[in-house]
Design a binder for this molecule. Structure first.
Ligand SMILES: NC(=O)c1ccc[n+]([C@@H]2O[C@H](COP(=O)([O-])OP(=O)(O)OC[C@H]3O[C@@H](n4cnc5c(N)ncnc54)[C@H](O)[C@@H]3O)[C@@H](O)[C@H]2O)c1
Length: 279
């Protein structure tokens, strides 16, 4: 897709961070916006900063881990604007603690928001996008955590590896079909956003997280610092995404320094070495 004007973008997790930056960029391109987030009030406040005419924007309080919420979001987006050209499955949450301290509810929360959300998005939007003569593009926000296995982030890593392989699978299928719908996967490293405060959005049905050991708290502290010190910001992520959509590029990995770690993992696998521990 080269021309975004008057096309429709659907963005989840749009109240904050990378999702809001994607919305800002989509607005600047003259797109109609369908924005979704679990933080409805914050979404309204954020949307007011976008300077988009009321008839071109639609706001939705949704829990992306719920199939029925994404089904309703898709119905409303197609009803209101007739087509969806850019789908950004972006909402996500982080959790930092050692693997054996993840409760079942921790796993269900992180996989629900980070992985099932993308599955719901594809199921409810893609069939209709494939039917559109003008095609479109799906962008799934994964992470470099989908390409590496950083300690202290088991559920997050599993969810993001899931998003990467789901996206790669979809890419192969759409390529075979010579479909007019493209797909990209966004894999950022650290970006200063609200991700290290994800617990604010933990739904009641997942309860409160259990007590964390000293080791888990140390990982948490390190993750928080790393997020805050990220050198590229959310707008850089949005620029990288729009560039990739124009160029029909699949992998969007804006932090190029991470290549060394990816290379090391690939070499470990190919040479049957044990995994080299990451920081
Ligand atoms: N910030 C980073 O360092 C980083 C790095 C790699 C990947 N990512 C990914 O980027 C994406 C965006 O995160 P961010 O960094 O902008 O964090 P953020 O916390 O600023 O934004 C995430 C948004 O998702 C929303 N959200 C959370 N749970 C939801 C739910 N159940 N339903 C609907 N919306 C929900 C939040 O309210 C928030 O507005 C996530 O998928 C995250 O995993 C972030």
């Amino acid at each position: 897709m080269r021309d975004f004007r008057d096309k429709t973008a659907v963005i989840t997790g749009a109240a904050s961070g990378i999702g809001l930056a994607l919305a800002r960029r989509a607005a600047a391109e003259g797109m109609h916006l369908v924005l979704a987030d679990i933080e409805g009030e914050k979404l309204k406040t954020a949307a007011a900063t976008l300077n988009v005419a009321a008839q071109s924007i639609s706001l939705h309080t949704v829990d992306v881990s719920r199939d029925e919420d994404i089904a309703a979001l898709a119905d409303e987006a197609f009803r209101r604007f007739g087509a969806v050209h850019l789908l950004c499955n972006n909402a996500g949450v982080g959790l930092t603690r050692v693997t054996w301290e993840h409760s079942l509810a921790d796993w269900q929360w992180v996989l629900g928001v980070n992985l099932w959300s993308v599955i719901h998005g594809i199921n409810h939007f893609l069939p209709r996008m494939l039917e559109q003569a003008e095609g479109g593009h799906v962008v799934n926000t994964a992470s470099v955590a989908g390409l590496l296995s950083t300690p202290g982030m088991a559920a997050y890593n599993v969810s993001k590896h899931g998003v990467v392989t789901l996206s790669e699978t979809l890419y192969g299928e759409l390529a075979h079909l010579k479909a007019k719908v493209g797909v990209s996967v966004l894999c950022p490293a650290w970006v200063p956003t609200g991700i290290h405060e994800s617990g604010r959005n933990r739904q009641e049905r997942f309860g409160v997280p259990g007590a964390a050991s000293e080791l888990s708290r140390a990982y948490e502290e390190r993750m928080g610092q790393a997020v805050k010190s990220g050198r590229l910001n959310a707008d850089d992520m949005a620029s990288a995404v729009f560039e990739a959509v124009v160029e029909q590029r699949f992998y969007v990995i804006p932090h190029r320094k991470i290549n060394q770690a990816i290379q090391l993992r690939m070499d470990d696998i190919l040479q049957l070495r044990n995994p080299t521990p990451l920081g």
